[in-house]
Every structure is written in C-alpha cells, then in structure tokens.
Design a protein around this ligand. Structure first.
Ligand code: SF4
Ligand code: SF4
Ligand code: SF4
Length: 313
C-alpha cells in the first residue's frame, strides 16, 4: 500500500518549528514508518516539494518576500491538505511585529543603521535578495489552509496527534477552551487592584499570575499546550493565538482585564498606570498575532523617519 506523503516548507522562520518535529524523538520513528517524508529542508538537500505532489503539506513561517509567496503557492498546488504549522505561519508570529514599521524602515535599519554594519555607501541589497513584500503575512492571506497547528513552536504531542488524525482520515480539532481552562494554578477570583511588570515584585508561584497583577494571556489564548508556560512558572504569552470565533486576541484580553479589575473606581488602577506598567502594548497583547489582528492597520504608525534610499542593481 502506498504511504501518505508529507512535505514541510519553510518561509520566514527561526527553524524552531522544524526542530519541534525532530523533538518527537522516538515517536518520529513511528511517523517516518507511516509517512513517506518527501521534503523537509532541515533534514534533506531538496530545495522544493516534489513535482508529483504530496498528501499533506506543512508550511511554517510567514510570507515576508516574493520567494516565500512563490513557494507557498507551489506547496498549496502540490498538497491535498495544507497545514499552517506554528504561530508564524498561522498568525505572523513574532516576525509579524515588524509590520509596525514600513519595509523601507526595516531595510534601512538592517543594512545601514545597525551598529555592527559597515556600509559607508549606504547600499541596500540588489536583486540577489528576494524583494520584500510591504508587510509580513500569515499564509491564509494568500492560500486556503485546511488545518492550523498553532504554537511557537507547536508541542510535539500535538504534532503527533495531528499526524495520527491525518493518517486515520479523522478531523483534527483543538478543544474550544482557553489556556486558563488547562492551567493548574490556583484561581481565587480575586479582583486585581494593580498591574505589575514581571520581575518587579514577589510572585506566588502556585497562584494565578493575572490575579497577582502580572500580564498572563491565558484568558485570551487557545488551549492545546496543556498550559506549559504557567506550569513552568512563567506567564502565557499567547502563542496559540485566539480561540475559535474570536477575531482579535488583544480585544479578548482587554475584555478579560476589564472583568477582573476591581470594580470600585476608588481602588481600580488608573488607565495611565496600566499603560505605564505595560509599556509595549502590541508586544504584550499581540506578540504572536499582530499580523493577523484587526488592530494591524490602526497601529501602523511608523516611528522612524526615513530618507529616500538609493537601491543598487
Ligand atoms: S512559530 Fe516560533 S518556533 Fe515556529 S518558526 Fe515561528 S518563531 Fe520559530
Ligand atoms: S491567567 Fe494565566 S496563571 Fe491565571 S489561570 Fe489563566 S493561564 Fe493560569
Ligand atoms: S502557555 Fe501560552 S505562551 Fe506558553 S506554550 Fe501555551 S499558549 Fe504558548
């Protein structure tokens, strides 16, 4: 019997998602036994998915340049099932925060302004570098996605579950729950009177971080990781993105904050104090999902003044 085949394409990535596949450890042997792994750059020398097509295509990373877009479309055409693999692919991930700046600002910062760069003629790379798109995009901005496996990176246990579902022809779904629903820390339903930055005060490690005033995105984040960060005594940063039917993770989180803050106005933290204690609002509430959020256009106010640049060929 012919085995189902798998191709893994990588776009704008850190490679953590591919390493998560290797982190299946012994279970990887079972996966490789059941699947014909046709293409994965971290393990093989091939430079593109097989022309005859594959059963399943995993795509990790967002779409930052024209080459990524071409490769994404190629994988979509050659895959019966396409999986957005990891937060970068599904929502833009951390690289999506670069959308706070224009393409020209980014090029100038990277090729001219960085302290370690010696570029007296202020040359921006010529054609050998694939042209950047104006913004980084999640893959579903361009192609139909059949399944999303979120996480930065996705946990190996969920990768194995997804692969098993696909092999057995079953649908794969994440439970409609939040990280809080899976979090083992004690919730006392205490109203919050102040917000604090992590590391600036005592943390009671057995109690809900949010109820102690620390930013934890558990209420606005899709479950599936078994609350691995709070379990490891670190707040949830939101890498699984919003729950199903929630358009925007930040909007959901702001709603959650409103419901836990003490209702007595004389005891409630002033809005300016909240903003002071959360200096990076986008990086806190949309760290992984800014490129996919409804706020992305409203927040796009370039902060660095740029001069016209001379591109060479
Ligand atoms: S989702 Fe995380 S681990 Fe995967 S490529 Fe993006 S930054 Fe790396
Ligand atoms: S807010 Fe964070 S610490 Fe509190 S229950 Fe939710 S996930 Fe756990
Ligand atoms: S706890 Fe939050 S940040 Fe940590 S892995 Fe889970 S979803 Fe991601």
């Amino acid at each position: 019997m012919t085995k189902p085949s798998l191709a893994v394409e990588t776009l704008s990535i850190c490679s953590g998602c591919e390493i998560a596949i290797l982190d299946l450890h012994l279970a990887l042997a079972d996966v490789l036994d059941a699947i014909d792994l046709k293409y994965i750059q971290v393990l093989m020398d091939h430079r593109e998915p097989p022309k005859e097509g594959v059963t399943v295509g995993f795509v990790s990373g967002g779409v930052r340049n024209e080459e990524h877009l071409e490769r994404l479309k190629m994988l979509r055409e050659r895959s019966q099932i396409l999986v957005a693999f990891g937060a970068c692919s599904a929502f833009g991930g951390v690289p999506g925060l670069a959308n706070l700046h224009t393409k020209d600002e980014i090029m100038e910062e990277v090729y001219i302004n960085t302290k370690s760069t010696v570029n007296p003629k202020k040359i921006i790379p010529p054609k050998i570098v694939p042209p950047m798109l104006e913004e980084l995009h999640p893959v579903d901005d361009f192609v139909k996605v059949d399944y999303v496996l979120p996480g930065c990176p996705p946990p190996p246990k969920l990768i194995a579950e997804l692969v098993t579902c696909l092999l057995e022809g079953r649908e794969f779904h994440l439970e409609p729950k939040t990280v809080c629903d899976q979090c083992p820390l004690i919730k006392e339903e205490k109203a919050v009177t102040e917000f604090k930055r992590w590391g600036t005060d005592i943390v009671f490690t057995e109690r809900c971080f949010l109820e102690q005033g620390y930013q934890c995105l558990g209420p606005s984040t899709q479950a599936g990781c078994e609350a691995r960060c709070p379990t490891a005594l670190s707040p949830c940063r939101g890498c699984f993105g919003p729950t199903e039917n929630v358009e925007d993770q930040a909007a959901k989180m702001i709603g959650a904050l409103g419901s836990i803050v003490v209702q007595d106005p004389s005891k409630a933290p002033a809005p300016e104090k909240i903003v002071k204690e959360v200096p990076d609002l986008v990086g806190t509430y949309l760290r992984f999902t800014f490129a996919h959020s409804t706020f992305k256009k409203a927040v796009h106010t370039p902060t660095v003044k740029t001069k016209p640049m001379k591109a060479t060929t």
